[in-house]
Design a binder for this molecule. Structure first.
Ligand SMILES: [Zn+2]
Ligand SMILES: [Zn+2]
Length: 127
């Protein structure tokens, strides 16, 4: 996967741990969209292969870090100290330029979804 300007490239090793649509307000506002689709990996499966020096950190809430390209602004990585996520990196599925190993399976934080945002009614919704 890569950012819009191509300055940052990230390689992953499959299998992924999950893929999910997130409707939380932090994702909505930091990405400027109704839903952000994430695919999650163990940290050891994710490697920044180009442009690590371009990555900037933004703490969207205490213990949560959203990394983005300092040149083009593409949001690239989500990391959290939450116990169940502490060993994971979540990557926006939309940045992948090659196929991944699963489709999104759940709607997370669906209670924060704006009415206008698309929702797959066949998936389980949480939050
Ligand atoms: Zn960039
Ligand atoms: Zn979210």
């Amino acid at each position: 996967m890569r950012c819009h300007c191509g300055g940052v490239e990230i390689a992953v090793r499959f299998p992924s741990r999950f893929a999910a649509h997130c409707y939380c307000a932090s994702c909505r506002i930091t990405h400027g969209t109704g839903v952000v689709t994430w695919i999650g990996f163990k940290r050891s499966q994710v490697e920044v292969t180009k442009g690590a020096e371009l990555l900037r950190d933004y703490a969207s809430s205490p213990g949560t870090n959203r990394r983005y390209c300092g040149h083009c602004g593409t949001r690239m990585m989500f990391e959290s100290q939450r116990p169940d996520w502490a060993d994971e990196v979540h990557l926006p599925l939309g940045l992948f330029v090659t196929p991944v190993d699963r489709a999104p399976a759940v709607n997370s934080f669906a209670g924060e979804r704006p009415e206008w945002a698309p929702l797959d009614p066949h998936l389980k919704s949480y939050g």
